[in-house]
Ligand binder design. Structure first.
Ligand code: AR6
Length: 173
């Protein structure tokens, strides 16, 4: 699998599947979630509502992932996953790793070959970027998948630099 780092807005990525850093309500929010729903249009929210009605009445649990259409985004699917809120007193990195693993599993089910990830949990959910990058890269590298290309789309130059350093330091898969 090829791993690429890109600085920019994830909603513009021309990939099979874009991963959304959602919350368990699946009804939208700020950050990546807000941007995806804004640019993707109402079709995504409609499917999220249907998923709530059919399978996730109590919300999508943290660490899990589920797919919808991508509406007007230049992608085929959006894979919604719920990252953990960072905690100083409890190690929740296994839940963060689960977001990447489960998203790749859903991507495999869909037959997606190219997948764009944001740095899950590193915004509103408060995860330190360097640790978030380490978990993201080691999990994606360590997950068996038929996805051929994973793009990490980092919003700003600082996040990009952190991922670049972590990629250089990560042990080979
Ligand atoms: N493209 C790429 N990266 C982005 C974009 C974008 N358009 N916008 C923000 N980022 P966040 P979380 C970066 O807050 O921490 C929402 O309200 C951002 O700088 O989107 O998992 C949800 O509904 C940060 O590095 O997700 C949840 O309630 C990273 O993406 C909650 O936020 C993730 O930031 C989820 O929080």
């Amino acid at each position: 699998m090829e791993i690429k780092l890109i600085q920019g807005d994830i909603t513009g990525q021309d990939v099979d599947a874009v991963v959304n850093a959602a919350n368990s309500s699946l009804l939208g929010g700020g950050g990546v979630d807000g941007a995806i729903h804004r640019r993707g249009g109402p079709e995504i929210l409609e499917e999220c509502r249907a998923l709530r009605a059919s399978r996730y009445g109590r919300g999508l649990p943290t660490g899990q992932a589920v797919a919808t259409t991508a509406g007007r985004l230049p992608a085929r699917w959006v894979i919604h996953t719920v990252g953990p809120v960072h905690s100083a007193s409890e190690d929740r990195s296994e839940l963060l790793a689960s977001c990447y693993r489960e998203s790749l599993r859903v991507a495999d089910e869909l037959g997606a070959e190219t997948v764009a990830f944001p740095a899950i949990s590193t915004g509103v959910y408060g995860w330190p970027m360097d640790d978030g990058a380490r978990v993201a890269l080691s999990t994606v590298r360590g997950t068996p998948t038929s996805v051929a290309e994973v793009r990490f789309v980092l919003f700003d130059a600082a996040a990009y630099a952190v991922f670049e350093r972590a990629l250089g330091e990560a042990p080979p898969a």
